[in-house]
Design a protein around this ligand. Sequence first.
Ligand code: CAO
Length: 562
Amino acid sequence: MADIQEARVPDIGGHDNVPVIEVMIKPGDRVEKEQSLITLESDKATMEVPAPFAGTVKEVKLKVGDEVSEGAVIALIEADGAAAKPAAAPAPAPAEAPRAAAPAPASPAPAPQPPSQGAGGVREALVPDIGGHEGVPVIEVLVKVGDSVAKDQGLVTLESDKATMEVPAPFAGVVKEMKLKVGDEVSAGALIALIESTDGAAAPAPAAAPAPARAAAPQVTEAPAPASRRPEPGNAPEGDVPPQARPPFDANIVMPGDAPYASPAVRAFARELGVDIQQVKGSSRGGRIVRDDVSAYVKHALASGARPVQGGAVAAGSGLNLLPWPKVDFSKFGAIEEKPLSRIQKISGANLARNWAMIPHVTQHEDADITELEAFRKKLGEENKDLKITPLVFQMKAVVAALKEYPQFNASLDGTGEKLVLKKYFHIGIAVDTPDGLVVPVIRDVDKKGLLDLARELGEISKKARDKKLGPSDMSGGCFSISSLGGIGGTGFTPIVNAPEVAILGVSKAAIKPVWNGKEFAPRLMLPLSLSYDHRVIDGALAARFAVFVAKQLGDIRRLLL
Ligand code: CAO
């Protein structure tokens, strides 16, 4: 028989009518014990309420906007087997706490401070007990040298993968020296700053007992209050809750004075995208920043042409401040017809726009003398009438030789923008013009294939492209692209780098030109090459060498055997 039980709101620190800001389950969902069901948010804290047992959700009794107190039914859950116990009210997990039963880090308790050097003396502010965590990264430094800080004012923010914690000043004073910077990794006892104390009572603070792990805190009233944001006695802002009345999850959310208010997961998400969370406007209650705010910020930044930093991330405050796209009613000026862009055009357009805006492009031009190559190509064509052997297959081989010679071209910037990933394989993307727009299928292991194989594969893949039969795997894994307009015309162009590749070779139409051979002008078939490259990765001299190298290979294809 189905064992349907109620999952209820546990003790939430005596708070009543706390709004539900997120419902994370729906009927039919399977939930594990401790998996978050809903998020509640008071004006002081955000807390996820975990499932008291595993099972399948039958009915959800709450919705966003409902206000709840302890004991409110969240959902009816069909419990798993005999393991299910009647819903004992568990302590709420901190916002973005681990979904499993692992205890969350403790709130930073006041650190034992070194003996006072007297009121007015310079004293050390240390990282307090942070629940035994070690090597926790500093993600924000909230004060600078010269700042006056109040007791309990946040000095730095630490963020483990489970929680974000602000470390408060153990005493009031003026910051004399900062000993930490963003990115440092710290453990309890690490020196944060030297602060000239202005506290009259400069006695060393007693070593505080480590705060209990949040998820395990049984009763709000028994848990030490988080030091973070604790107001000065007698200085509490109106309506603020005295520290001892705060629920124990307080320190795991970030609500520092001026710092943005976001959960660790949202902060991690922002960091992943390279977004400075300080720039994001929170849309949730009390200005809380949620994941959607970060996404919206990135979308807006991209739409406004913001310059990236670090391999695709969007740099805050670096938008190009472009004018909005002009809205014109063209029908006022004459007859018009509207034609929606194809799906391929929309996708490739978005990619091209990003690549053009984000990559500092430079194009290096070079001519290759392909007179001999052309004679050989024609001969090869006569011998292989079933195959269409165009100059492109030679270009592919020449490019691979150049990639081997200059490995920096066979590379991509990693997500952080601080590392180059060098590839040991040679997959070449070929821009193909189709009636629906541009696509770039990839020919793999060009280094291991002969000219005839490549000609066959090129014919197949360009047919597949024009028949709209390319799959994602046909278009992924490229190292370097070639865009050949040689069959059409032109004397040169500026191809756009196909990110995350770092360079692309544009090929225009070969033409007979008079070339000085030292004695006279001789008619030679000259092939214009246009090498666009990402100037963050490749400098001009290297690009010129690469282009000259490709031209040399094409000028004397015996070199391709080397
Ligand atoms: N100079 C002179 N002639 C050239 C040449 C060059 N650089 N490249 C090709 N040709 C010749 C070919 O030899 C062929 O001649 P024949 O018919 O006498 O044999 C003719 O031009 C047509 O070649 P092709 O274009 O069919 O074949 P390809 O292998 O050169 O190119 C493909 C294949 C799929 C790359 C090409 O058809 C294509 O789609 N190109 C467009 C790429 C593009 O749109 N790039 C722009 C990207 S940025 O918007």
